[in-house]
Design a protein around this ligand. Structure first.
Ligand SMILES: [Cu+2]
Length: 272
């Protein structure tokens, strides 16, 4: 019991020193650099720019979404989101790169978890898209990577790789994707307090944290690969999945979680 109590104190102190969470600072596509949207600046009266493909959100502080929001509009593209004003031109088969940054760091290094990317067709201009109408396919996912002497119980996860890469993450746009406008939904999932949702059922008030960010892109060319099916973002997760309730502080694991089960749908077979 003593161990349990001090463990929880440690966790809450970790949470209090990482008040800064994060959001996208920059986006690169086809060799062009775009500023993303800084919701903290927005709170000080800076208007949302007319030349960014990165979606608007009122999420001052870059705060996480908890499982009790996983079936709401906010889980699609962040708190009170609305579409980017432009869609960044990008070639099918090339890489969209994003960069997370807030308050002098990319993302809290103690927020271990997966990085997951999705794509949805806008069927027209993404600037007019309704987030609730978007049907997403999973492009790729990366979770636990290896053990880590710095965090012997938790190991090294995709979010740690993102932090070590100065907050940047590459997202491959599928080869041969049909011309049109698409929303890329890029998401960090932090598992440091995921265990709090164990046994609590779906949409609990605490547990895993989701940090979704959306970027609108415009694919040209003569590709024929069409997106069909897909899942509304508000139906991706319930928060009670094994991959959303895992205890990653299990010292018996030695920091190895090779059987981590990703939440959400399987990766779209045509994405690679
Ligand atoms: Cu957090």
């Amino acid at each position: 019991m003593l161990f349990q109590a001090s463990f929880l104190v440690l966790l809450s102190s970790l949470a209090s020193v990482t008040l800064g969470h994060s959001f996208l600072e920059k986006v690169w596509a086809n060799g062009m650099e775009y500023k993303a949207w800084d919701p903290n600046a927005g709170a000080e009266g800076t208007p949302y720019p007319g030349n960014t493909p990165s979606w608007f959100t009122t999420n001052k502080g870059g705060n996480p979404l908890k499982p009790n929001t996983f079936n709401t509009r906010d889980i699609v593209c962040a708190l009170n989101s609305s579409p980017g004003n432009i869609s960044a031109p990008i070639n099918a088969g090339s890489t969209l790169t994003v960069k997370w940054w807030m308050g002098g760091q990319p993302f809290p290094p103690t927020h271990w978890g997966p990085v997951v990317n999705y794509i949805a067709a806008c069927n027209g201009a993404c600037s007019k898209a309704n987030p609730l109408d978007l049907k997403f396919l999973k492009l790729d996912q990366k979770g636990w990577e290896r053990t880590n002497t710095s965090y012997p119980a938790e190991g090294y996860w995709a979010t740690n790789e993102l932090v070590d890469n100065n907050g940047t993450w590459p997202i491959k746009i599928p080869e041969g994707l049909k011309a049109g406008e698409y929303v890329v939904r890029h998401e960090l999932i932090a598992l440091h307090v995921a265990f709090e949702a164990q046994g609590k059922g779906p949409y609990y008030t605490d547990g895993a944290e989701s940090y979704p960010q959306c970027v609108s892109v415009k694919v040209g060319g003569t590709g024929t690969r069409v997106i069909t099916g897909g899942v509304a973002a508000a139906a991706l997760y319930k928060g009670d999945e094994p991959g959303m309730t895992i205890n990653i502080h299990d010292s018996a694991s030695g920091g190895a979680y090779p059987n981590y089960e990703f939440p959400g749908p399987a990766v779209w077979p045509l994405a690679g």
